[in-house]
Design a protein around this ligand. Structure first.
Ligand code: SF4
Length: 72
């Protein structure tokens, strides 16, 4: 199966989502439910919070399933 990679951008930051890496730690949606909500589709609402808050939350993803485009 091909590994999927999706991007969500607000024009300022771009979140990269790689579902095959997710270990379902639940950190993202417990930490920032306005943006990350697995109950709705698309599950990432990039307009749901300030860029800074989104970046901070993405940095807490333990698996690398969520990353910020352009960051090492
Ligand atoms: S924080 Fe990362 S590993 Fe945890 S549920 Fe969210 S995407 Fe998956």
């Amino acid at each position: 199966m091909e590994d999927i990679s999706k991007e969500y951008t607000n024009g300022e930051v771009t979140v990269v989502w790689q579902p095959h890496k997710c270990i379902h730690s639940t950190k993202c949606w417990k930490g920032l439910g306005e943006v990350f909500n697995p109950r709705i589709k698309p599950w990432i609402n990039i307009q749901g919070a300030e860029s800074e808050n989104i970046v901070n939350q993405v940095h807490q993803c333990p698996s690398g399933a969520l990353t910020i485009k352009g960051e090492a």
